[in-house]
Design a binder for this molecule. Structure first.
Ligand code: NAD
Length: 475
């Protein structure tokens, strides 16, 4: 059976004999194994990163930029192959996988501008005949620990900028879908990146803990669930590392009575059920304001039922399975709990079976109405194709819901009232806010990050936040 190993110094290597199954979520079959790296594997990564660091930091930003520019072309040419690697292990549709790589590619494009981005600031005559200037210098070795749901895009939020800034980068991808990280690293070597500047180490919590404790690693970028994000933040601080730790989400989409209903429904369907709800920017709560609720629920339910659920190999599939058997069970338990706690279960995705894929981890599009804020399905992140509709009397009540929730990743309002739109974007306590768009995901030249329990640390990902995170200021 194929074993997915580490990528160190431009080579595929690994000495550990510990492995873990990687599954095809559509069939439930084990398709390969991933190495669970040990201390020796980790040390070889550290040695390689240390060796490459100095000369890479001294390579001119323009030369770094040219390598990154070649990398961009290679990724474009390998889009289909990368997307297949993602879909095979994650289960999302091929179109979704391609879309996510394209979003990652935008960060690579942004990183091509690094000579400009690192220009610094200069003031002449801060005193008589005295000048002052500031430059940003690399940190050294940066590490990234990433989740299963975007095995290309989330790492690409990190390493293109870290590397462009002159750091070496160590990626610890999710053990659930590790293949695409190796291909991404190989393409960078092909583009001319010196060996050791970008290393990939496979593994689980054991490797994460080695990263956290390593005195050679200067910064940690993490994306994943909130409990682990908190742990990473606290442990990084204990070990005196710079850290950005992005956590979970419970994104609310507010539909005002004056909204274009068709537009809102289309937005909700894509954002709630796309990628089986396994997106940190998925909409998991629709807040129906005033008398729009009945019609909204009816239309969302109708469209959700017409979604084609199936394996990624069927190009007509609009929604794939969830990542694992355990996760499917967890989602189904939430559905049971929602019904028990009194929410109205309009459509039930439990025990969803697809002919020929009976062992796949499919959950059907699920819709709850009349969810209230004391219910578990409202408070916790489900991370599956489950949409909760909460009804409110007015806009103020809707905004309070958004602001009082523990998570603060993204939110959006559908309205045709400019005053409401402006009030909402100004007063919502959320990191990323949209008007008449379902998922307000920032482009690469802006920065991505939530508030409250959705991000710990002072920096969001990519854009200038990324450049600042991966460099130290010298004046
Ligand atoms: P996860 O927290 O289980 O795992 C993320 C990474 O941490 C993986 O590499 C994993 O190996 C490692 N890890 C897991 N448990 C650990 C532990 N106890 N100690 C140390 N390391 C550990 O997350 P996941 O299930 O892979 O991804 C889904 C989660 O990620 C969701 O909560 C989702 O909202 C979140 N997410 C957030 C964003 C964002 O931008 N805020 C983006 C994508 C995903």
């Amino acid at each position: 059976m194929n074993i997915i190993k580490n990528y160190v110094n431009g080579q595929i290597v690994g000495s550990s004999t510990d492995e873990q199954d990687v599954f095809d979520p559509s069939t439930g079959e084990s398709i390969s194994k991933v190495l669970l790296s040990n201390e020796k594997d980790f040390q070889s990564v550290i040695e390689s990163s240390k060796k490459s660091q100095l000369s890479w930091s001294q390579t001119t930003p323009l030369k770094r930029s040219r390598i990154i520019s070649k990398y961009k072309n290679l990724i474009e040419n390998s889009l289909e192959e990368l997307a297949q690697l993602i879909s095979k292990e994650h289960g999302k549709t091929l179109e979704d996988a391609k879309g996510s790589i394209t979003r990652g590619l935008e960060v690579v494009e942004f990183a091509c501008g690094i000579p400009h981005l690192l220009k610094g600031e200069f003031s002449q005559n801060v005193g008589t005949n005295v000048d002052s200037w500031s430059v940003r210098q690399p940190l050294g070795i940066s590490a990234g620990i990433t989740p299963f749901n975007f095995p290309a895009m989330v790492p690409m939020w990190m390493y293109p900028i870290a590397i462009a800034c002159g750091n070496s980068f160590i990626l610890k991808p999710s053990e659930k879908d590790p293949s695409c990280s190796i291909k991404l690293a190989q393409l960078f070597t092909e583009a001319g990146l010196p060996d050791g500047v970008f290393n990939v180490i496979q593994g689980n919590k054991m490797v994460v803990d080695m990263i956290l404790r390593s005195p050679d690693i200067s910064s940690i970028s993490f994306v994943g669930s909130t409990p682990v994000a908190k742990y990473i933040y606290e442990e990084s601080a204990k070990n005196l590392k710079r850290v950005q730790a992005l956590g979970g989400a419970k994104n609310h989409l507010v539909v005002m009575p004056d909204a274009n209903l068709e537009q809102a429904v289309d937005g909700i369907i894509g954002a709630a059920y796309g990628s089986a709800g396994e997106r940190c920017m998925a909409v998991s709560v629709a807040v129906a304001v005033g008398d729009i609720a009945d019609e909204l629920v009816e239309k969302v339910n109708y469209k959700a039922q017409t979604l084609k659920v199936g394996p990624w190999t069927d190009l007509e599939s609009e929604m794939g399975p969830v990542i694992s058997k355990e996760h499917k069970e967890k989602i189904e338990n939430y559905i049971t709990q929602g019904a028990e706690e009194g929410a109205k279960l309009i459509s039930d995705g439990r025990n969803y079976k697809i002919q020929g894929y009976e062992n796949g981890y499919f959950v059907g599009p699920t819709l709850f109405d009349k969810v209230t804020k004391d219910m578990t399905i409202y408070k916790e992140e489900i991370f599956g194709p489950v949409l909760s509709v909460v009804r409110t009397k007015n806009y103020e009540e809707a905004l309070s819901l958004v602001n009082e929730h523990a998570f603060g990743n993204g939110t959006s309002v559908y309205t045709s009232d400019g005053e409401v739109a402006r009030h909402f974007t100004t007063n919502s306590k959320i990191g990323m806010v949209g008007v008449n768009v379902p998922i307000p995901v920032p482009m690469a030249f802006h920065s991505f990050g939530g508030w409250k329990q959705s991000l710990f640390g002072g920096h969001s990902m990519h854009g200038m936040e990324g450049v600042n995170f991966y460099t130290k200021l010298k004046t």
